[in-house]
Structure formats: structure tokens, C-alpha cells
Write a protein that binds this ligand. Structure first.
Ligand code: MN
Length: 731
């Protein structure tokens, strides 16, 4: 295990100004916190955070990152708390450790391959600081290096996850060295035989070619030297995983691979790169089609280099990469390499736009603008996917939601039933209000009511997802309907009793065709809502029933009706106005389209109206204030502009609905009827519902010529003392 002074030395080698006291404090704090814990290997656990820190010292990262690496497992695995760490090490390191703790929690959930991309996004969104990701990747690398100590069943899962998530992430951050090692380690555990075979052959080949490689290396270096290019030549061998991938991709045998050995020429400047390229191409013939210039056209992750293949000494194909030392550091360490430059002017300037991960370039831009590398690292807050939030079910399913989503949204995203029965939520194991705004990485457990439950209608305006909103609306509507059905049942039972007739659901069922309804529930709800009169139902069941108590004139028998029915819905059906089958007087439509008014919409000529096209059905006309239009808000193509055809409106009346609040006193209903009659209006229907001992709601359906006619009636109703409120209802 690395000693305290060793860690310090590693850091001081590249950063003589390192805060020794801080590093020492972290070392001792983590050592005490992990105490006697051990790893699967039997080593003291504390060796692990130290190794992670060591990997990061190779990348020459700042004190805060190294300290965060030493502390990265303390909060989750020991008694240490985040508050304590903040207190001891300050807010910056506190934030890094917090990010790492959150990421660590994600290790507990399964990351199926299908979730890979989402999961990478989640990592980026949670990390918030690029240094958190660097520590996370180093943590993963050390875990992969020691994976053979884990039980076999765990190995495959961790290796797959590494290949799906962490290796690509390292690649996208430009850290090729890290990516390759992660891939190789994962490959070793996932395909042990393939790994073994390729590695063995690689070793044989290396032994065989050892002298040749040395010869080429020397030869190249000499030639570059004589040209005064000051180059370093490094021989390199392809890794097992990348050989395997190539064999798979091109379905070729190991023997057919020509580029297992390569050389890297590192020079001081871009000019020198092209100078070296000229020298190589004029010395050995180049292999056509293998030349790529990523200096003039960098890759998305800012990788820059010249690639070429030549036929070298002994007719051996030799692959060459030519780049500056700075480019090499970027290629190996990616984003971390930018921290190496004290003088930002010398830092490799990124060229070219990365598409998928633009943040990389934004952070690099920050570096170019910043005064020093510390500044760069402090300003690498990742602002990614800020319109989304990613949460988990207790079983590890990843649920992506819009920002601002609550546990209610989460519940409906999981399943409509879960949403409908949600009564509480646990976020990360703690009870939390259902209206808490969810944060990235939250594990959300929905507490559900046993039995049936109706979501409060108010939820509809509090959720942010369309799915939740639609489901809540549906559930509330169903519940309201149920209440009406319950009321309807009471009314019917009493009506049958008064009529001296037996009532049963079976009898009602048999009468459904006569009532033009499809289910018993439908009838009950209609009666409860006051849309169907209980006497009509009795008569539909018993054809011989004479409705003696039926109110033919509301004004005359009003008092009796009030007392007899109490708070029940009372409905008086007056003679229907003759239905005029005349064409609907609307302009602005194709003549062939069938047109109808939305049922009970109550649109009368003069009202502002709009048409909604339903494919296969035609156009439905709504008044512009209609609530029903909300359902088409997101279907702009369904809306058509229509207007009344004034000429076609001649002898037709239109139904409108008015709601009144009246004072309970004899004669009030008569006054209403009188106003309508005085204005030459027809009352088609009246329904009343007593709200309090003093007030009754009265809804009247009147037939009017147009809006002016209707407004005249409403104005006069408003003037009556017995009427406290008048409003028009539109469906
Ligand atoms: Mn760890």
C-alpha cells in the first residue's frame, strides 16, 4: 500500500506547490474512516482509493481532484458524512465527494446495454464537474484491474458495463489510453479464450519481431535526427481488444492483420509533423488509401495526428502516427491533458466541432480563456441535459423525465396504476412530499394505497408530463362518473319505491334499448347528472306506469317538487322544440364534409366558433370558449376557421344553456319562465339542484335565434331579485 510520503512525492513531482497539509489530512482521514475494511482481494480497502489517486497523479491533476480520489468511497462505505468532509476539506472538495457519492449509488443499479446512452448522459448530468468524471473513470480502471478478485458472476456484469458505458465515455473525453485499457480488461473477462489466444499470438509475434521493431525505431530516429526534427520515436503494439474488433469487423484472420505494430513519431511543432511525413514518404513507399490527416481535420473528440502506412525495411508494412507532443498528450489523456499547461497559450488549441458532446469543446474553450489550469478545472461545471432528469425505480429501471418532474410524474411514467394509487413517495429511502422536484439519480419508490383510490384532480395542474396529466384526467372523470352513478341509483330506488314498482339492475338492463343507453351504469350516471328523468326510467322498465307525479309545469308545482325531492336532481322535461333538420349554417368548409355541432356545446349564431376535423367523421363545431377544445391544443392541423352563414339562418332556433342561482322562495321559477316567454324564447329543459336551504341551482336549456336574442334573455334574468347569479354554460 502506498505510503503517505509516496502519495505526496507523486503529486510534488508535477506540482511543487501542492498543498502538503491538505493531502496529508486526506490520507489520514480516509485511512481512519476505512479502518480495517478489506477488499475482495484481501487487501486493506484503503489501498483502493490510494491507487485511484495514483492513476490521477499520472494525469497530473490538481490537489482537489487527488484529495477527492482519496476520499471518494468514504461517505458511502464508512461512517464519514458529507458535512464532516465539507467542514474538514472545504466546499470545493465537498462538492467533488458529493458528486462521487451520487455516482457510486448508481453502481448499485443494473445498467442494461439498452440504457447505455441514457446512463452516460446521467453520469454527465450528475457529475456536474469534469473532475468527478475523471475520478470516476480512475476508480473504474482500478476496479477493472482488480476484477479477478470478484466472484465470477459479478465479473461479467461489471465488465459489460465497462464496455457499454465507461470505455466509450473515456473515449469521448479523448482519453484513448484509458479507453483502451478499460476495453482490454473487460474483453479479458468477457471472452477469456479469445483474449488468451490473441495475447499468446501477440507475444509470439512480438518475440519474433523484436529485432525488426528496434531496427525500424533506430532507423527512423536517425533519419529524423539528420533532418534536425528532434523527434522521439516510440514503437507500439496494438491491444488485444482492438485486434479482436478488427478481426470481427473485417472478418480476417490474425495472420492477415498488417498493422499490429506501429510507430509513433512525436515532434515539437505542426511544421515538424509535415516535415517528418515528407521524410517518411520519400524514404519508403506509402501504402495507398491508408493516409489520413487528422491535423488539418481533427476528429470529433479533438484527436489530432497524421496516420500513414509505408512498406518499410524487409517489405514489412509499418503503420505510423505523426503528431506533436501536445497532441499526443491530448490523445492519451484527453481533457485531463489540458490541465498540464501552466501557460494556456501553449495548450493545444482544439479545432473542429464535436457534435454529440459539445461540452467537451466548451470546457476546452474555457481553458483557452482561463488564466491557469486551476481556473480551468474550477470552471468545468457540466451543464448537460439540463432539460431532463434521470431517476431510478428501486429495481434499477432508469426513467427519463422532463426537468421539474415530481414523484407523481415518475409514478405515472412507471405505470398508470402506480400513478393512480400513489399516496406517497420515498426519495433515496426517505419519505418525501409527492410534489418534490426530482433530481438526477434519485431513486424513487412510490408508496401506493391499498384498494381503490382516485388521484386528486388538482394533481393535473401540478404534473409536467403529458402522460400523467392525461391519466389523472381520465381517472378523475371516471371517479366523478361513479359518484353520479351512485346518486342516480339513490334517485331511482326512491322513484321506483314511490311508483310502487320493484327495482333491480336486471330489470333495468332489459330496458336499456328503450332508454337508448348501453349500460346500467350509463343510465345511473345520466340520472345522477340530471340528464335523464327517473320517471322516464320507471316507464321504460314498466310500460304501464303512469307518471302521476310528473311535473309538466315547473312554475305551477315548483314548491311540491322542491320538498319532495330535496337535494336530488330534479328534471322537468317540457315538450321538445321541433327538431329542424335544416343544414347547419356554417361557412368556410368543404361542401362534402359532414358537419355537426359538438353535443351540448350550446353554440348560437353570433358566438365565435371553430371547427375541429376528425378524420373519417367530419367537422365538429365548437364555441371558441369550449372546454372540450383543450383536447385538441396539440393538434393544430385539426383546427379549421369557420363562421356563421347569416343568410342560411332563417327559421331555426339554437339550443343554449343558462345556469342560474336562485333564492328558494315561492314563485322564483315562475319568474324565470316568464322572462324567457316574454322574449319569445323556448324552454326545452329545466333541471334543478338544491345546494343549500336557501339557494338552488337551476339549469335551463332555451332555444334562441342568435346571440343577441340570448343576451337579451340573460340580461333580464340578471335584473330579477330572486336570481343571484346567471351564467351561460358551454360544453
Ligand atoms: Mn471506489
Amino acid at each position: 500500500m502506498m505510503r503517505q510520503y509516496e502519495l505526496l512525492e507523486r503529486v510534488k513531482r508535477y506540482n511543487p506547490a501542492a498543498d502538503e497539509a491538505l493531502l496529508n489530512r486526506a490520507y489520514i482521514y480516509a485511512m481512519r474512516a476505512h479502518g480495517t475494511q478489506t477488499r475482495a482481494s484481501g487487501d486493506p480497502f484503503f489501498a483502493h482509493p490510494l491507487e485511484v489517486a495514483a492513476i490521477l497523479t499520472d494525469m497530473r491533476l490538481d490537489d482537489a481532484t487527488i484529495v477527492a480520489a482519496v476520499l471518494h468511497d468514504t461517505v458511502e462505505d464508512t461512517e464519514a458524512t458529507l458535512d464532516e468532509i465539507r467542514g474538514t476539506f472545504g466546499p470545493e472538495i465537498g462538492a467533488l465527494v458529493d458528486g462521487l457519492t451520487k455516482l457510486k449509488r448508481l453502481d448499485l443499479v443494473s445498467k442494461r446495454a439498452a440504457q447505455g446512452e441514457n446512463f452516460r448522459k446521467l453520469l454527465l448530468a450528475i457529475a456536474q464537474d469534469i473532475r468527478v468524471l475523471l475520478v470516476k473513470l480512475a476508480d473504474r480502471l482500478h476496479n477493472m484491474r482488480t476484477l479477478h478478485f470478484m466472484p465470477p458472476e459479478k465479473r461479467a456484469r461489471i465488465a459489460e458495463e465497462t464496455l457499454d458505458i465507461y470505455a466509450p465515455l473515456a473515449g469521448r473525453m479523448g482519453m484513448q489510453e484509458m479507453r483502451e485499457e478499460l476495453e482490454d480488461l473487460a474483453f479479458k473477462h468477457l471472452r477469456p479464450e479469445a483474449y488468451e489466444t490473441i495475447t499468446k499470438r501477440l507475444e509470439t509475434l512480438t518475440a519474433k519481431n523484436e529485432r525488426l521493431v528496434e531496427e525500424i525505431e533506430r532507423d527512423l530516429a536517425q533519419r529524423l535526427e539528420t533532418k534536425g526534427l528532434g523527434a522521439v520515436v516510440k514503437g507500439r503494439r496494438k491491444r488485444a481488444y482492438s485486434i479482436w474488433k478488427k478481426m470481427e469487423r473485417k472478418s480476417v484472420a490474425f495472420e492477415q492483420l498488417s498493422d499490429i505494430f506501429g510507430f509513433r513519431i512525436l515532434v515539437g511543432s505542426i511544421d515538424a509533423c509535415y516535415g517528418a511525413l515528407g521524410l517518411v514518404h520519400s524514404t519508403w513507399p506509402m501504402v495507398p488509401g491508408r493516409f489520413k490527416d487528422y491535423i488539418s481535420t481533427p476528429k470529433q473528440n479533438d484527436y489530432r495526428s497524421i496516420h500513414t502506412t509505408v512498406v518499410g525495411p524487409g517489405h514489412q508494412r509499418v503503420e505510423l502516427q505523426i503528431r506533436t507532443r501536445a497532441m499526443d498528450e491530448v490523445a492519451e489523456y484527453g481533457i485531463a491533458a489540458h490541465a498540464l499547461y501552466k501557460d494556456p497559450a501553449q495548450a493545444p488549441k482544439p479545432i473542429g466541432e464535436s457534435r454529440a458532446y459539445q461540452w467537451l469543446r466548451r470546457t476546452i474553450d474555457l481553458l483557452a480563456e482561463g488564466d491557469n489550469p486551476e481556473d480551468f478545472l474550477e470552471h468545468t461545471k457540466l451543464e448537460l441535459f439540463h432539460d431532463q432528469v434521470f431517476c431510478f425505480t428501486p429495481k434499477g429501471r432508469l426513467i427519463a423525465l422532463p426537468r421539474g418532474a415530481t414523484p407523481i410524474d415518475f409514478a405515472y411514467a412507471v405505470h398508470t396504476d402506480v400513478g393512480n394509487t400513489a399516496v406517497g413517495a420515498k426519495i433515496n429511502g426517505r419519505m418525501a412530499p409527492l410534489l418534490t422536484e426530482l433530481a438526477n439519480g434519485d431513486e424513487v419508490e412510490i408508496v401506493r394505497a391499498g384498494g381503490s383510490q382516485v388521484p386528486p384532480a388538482a394533481w393535473e395542474s401540478l404534473v409536467v408530463t403529458g402522460k400523467a396529466r392525461a391519466a389523472i384526467r381520465r381517472a378523475t372523470r371516471t371517479a366523478v362518473r361513479k359518484q353520479y352513478a351512485g346518486l342516480g341509483l339513490q334517485i331511482l330506488e326512491r322513484a321506483f319505491e314511490r311508483a310502487g314498482k320493484a327495482f333491480s339492475e336486471e330489470k333495468l338492463k332489459a330496458a336499456l334499448p328503450r332508454l337508448a343507453r348501453t349500460s346500467v351504469d350509463d343510465v345511473l350516471a345520466a340520472v345522477g347528472r340530471g340528464e335523464m328523468f327517473s320517471g322516464d326510467v320507471v316507464r321504460a322498465v314498466y310500460a304501464d306506469f303512469k307518471d302521476v307525479g310528473r311535473l309538466v309545469s315547473g312554475a305551477a308545482t315548483q314548491g311540491a317538487g322542491w320538498v319532495a325531492l330535496g337535494a336530488d336532481a330534479l328534471k322537468m322535461k317540457l315538450p321538445d322544440a321541433a327538431d329542424d333538420p335544416r343544414a347547419i349554417p356554417i361557412r368556410g368548409l368543404d361542401a362534402d364534409l359532414p358537419v355537426r355541432f359538438a353535443p351540448e356545446s350550446g353554440a348560437v349564431p353570433g358566438d365565435r366558433i371553430v371547427g375541429i376535423i376528425t378524420p373519417g367523421e367530419g367537422v365538429t363545431i365548437y364555441p371558441i370558449q369550449s372546454q372540450a377544445l383543450a383536447a385538441f391544443e396539440n393538434v393544430p392541423e385539426a383546427w379549421v376557421d369557420v363562421r356563421w352563414d347569416v343568410e342560411a339562418i332563417t327559421h331555426k332556433r339554437f339550443p343554449a344553456r343558462i345556469k342560474l342561482e336562485t333564492i328558494n322562495e315561492p314563485g322564483s321559477l315562475a319568474q324565470i319562465a316568464q322572462v324567457v316567454a316574454d322574449h319569445d324564447g323556448n324552454i326545452d329543459n329545466i333541471s334543478m339542484q338544491r345546494r343549500t336551504p336557501d339557494f338552488t341551482d337551476v339549469v335551463i336549456d332555451v332555444s334562441v335565434w342568435d346571440i343577441k336574442h340570448l343576451n337579451g334573455i340573460i340580461a333580464e334574468l340578471r335584473a330579477k331579485r330572486v336570481i343571484s347569479k346567471v351564467e351561460r354554460l358551454m360544453g
